[in-house]
Ligand binder design. Structure first.
Ligand code: XIL
Length: 445
């Protein structure tokens, strides 16, 4: 049985007597008279030290039972040996104090909240991601239907770069030959422009978002290439001046082998289809930044090697400005040095580095069914590590760090892996997770 009450105390001496009907009536086993446990405690703030509290156990019906104090939510339990205790907090703040009695039928618990304040003014940490740095932009993957209400508020406070999660892909923007649909893309771009945000275009060519009519294109290879040139030209031109950067080709390389992935683009246009597409984009607008974007290029060494050889080829033709390393990672993997390796290769070439698509799985082994505090802290640490690596990049090579979704309930990963996970920075109720703190901590040093 559990009873929890919120109550605030001012920092001057106050006394609270916490008695609630968080009681437990015990049968003695023979159906006879029962004992009722009524937990209660008194809480006072010390006159000597405003960060010290005194608690007195005033429970009834608890004789002979073991009780514990807990001075902060999730904090260590301290056995109540004498019926009273003193605790000094390290800093001003609001803390939950609990008394837990081990009854014969389970724990009986009562809690209250105390505010202690020693008057020392601590500079509040920056609360919003985008305020924590001005050397790179903070990106978020968005959907046109998620630009209002709390999404709108958080997008404006935390982020200054938008990527369409799926609505700027070919299957959405070019559903049938000669007919474009820019409805959702326009909504996202208009929102970004209205709110003074950068927009990262994602993605012109991706084997996973090919409309059927393109996959089954009926014309000649030459006509196919002309169609792709028209498509890239049309899209890039439409958003010229508003979209600052594009992922031109996404995920062109196989896992492990590092071979060039087969796709309709490769079959129809040849192995040099990648350079052709970058050339089409460059021709459409020479001022936009062109990126190559892929996943697992931190730790998959063959994939990374092929990626940099493609990049070198594009560089030789003046067709690329940056590398996007998708950060679909987990709390255990990849390591900091693996992440650093793709940064080093990008920076040594003088290119911009985009940490695109950040999400950090906490349940890759599918061994938890709800987010635990321990995993949330490991996630915070991993996010902090990733952001620290990014922040250490020379400023001229920085671009953006983009998070792939706002709330845990909105992640693509649950569908993708078919198991629960909580990989993002916001809880479903739009409150920040420890991972959000980790992001800011990395930029606060
Ligand atoms: C995913 C989106 O999150 C989903 O909403 C969509 O249905 C499929 O694509 N690599 C990429 C992203 O480059 O475009 C993918 O996004 C995730 C993997």
């Amino acid at each position: 049985m559990k009873n929890l009450m919120k109550h605030s105390y001012s920092y001057i001496l106050l006394m609270a007597i916490v008695t609630f009907f968080a009681c437990q009536t015990e049968d003695d086993g023979g159906g006879n008279a029962a004992t009722t446990i009524v937990p209660s405690f008194e809480l006072t703030i010390s006159e000597q030290n405003p960060l010290t509290i005194n608690v007195v156990n005033t429970s009834t019906g608890a004789n002979g039972l073991t009780s514990f104090w807990q001075f902060r939510q999730g904090g260590p339990l301290q056995q109540d040996v004498s019926g009273s205790a003193t605790h000094t907090y390290g800093a001003s703040g609001e803390y939950q104090v609990s008394l837990i009695i081990q009854g014969p039928n389970g724990n009986v618990e009562i809690s209250d909240t105390v505010i202690v304040d020693d008057g020392v003014v601590v500079t509040p940490p920056v609360a919003n991601l985008k305020d924590a740095t001005n050397s790179f932009s903070i990106g978020m993957a968005v959907q046109a239907s998620r630009l209002t209400d709390e999404h709108d508020e958080i997008l404006k406070s935390d982020f200054n770069n938008l990527t369409a999660e799926f609505e700027m892909k070919m299957n959405i923007m070019y559903p049938s030959q000669g007919t474009y649909d820019f409805t959702a893309a326009d909504a996202i771009v208009n929102y970004g422009v209205a709110n003074d945000m950068d927009i990262h275009g994602h993605t012109l060519i991706w084997h996973n978002s090919v409309p059927d009519w393109v996959e089954n294109f009926t014309g000649t290879d030459e006509e196919f290439e002309t169609m792709i040139e028209d498509y890239i030209t049309t899209v890039v031109t439409r958003y010229s001046g508003t979209i600052r950067s594009w992922d031109v080709v996404n995920e062109a390389i196989e896992d492990n082998t590092g071979a060039l992935r087969n796709s309709v683009f490769r079959t129809r246009m040849g192995d040099d289809y990648i350079a052709k597409c970058y050339q089409f984009a460059r021709n459409a607008d020479p001022n936009i930044l062109l990126f190559y974007n892929d996943y697992n290029i931190t730790f998959d060494t063959n994939k990374q090697a092929t990626m940099f050889s493609i990049v070198d080829d594009l560089m030789a033709q003046g067709l690329i400005d940056g590398v996007g390393a998708q950060m679909h990672i987990d709390i255990y993997f990849p390591s900091a040095s693996q992440i650093q390796s793709v940064v080093n290769g990008t920076v040594s070439r003088g290119l911009k580095m985009h940490f695109s698509e950040l999400d950090v799985r906490v349940n890759p082994g599918n061994d938890i069914s709800q987010l635990t505090e321990a995993r949330a802290i490991e996630q915070r640490n991993k996010v902090r590590e990733v952001v620290e690596i990014y922040d250490a990049i020379p400023n001229q090579n920085k671009f953006a760090l983009t998070v792939w979704g706002l709330r845990d309930s909105e992640t693509w990963l649950v569908d993708f892996w078919g198991q629960p996970d909580w990989p993002l920075l916001y809880n479903n109720d739009f409150t920040t997770k420890p991972a959000h703190d980790g992001f800011i901590e990395a930029l606060s040093n």
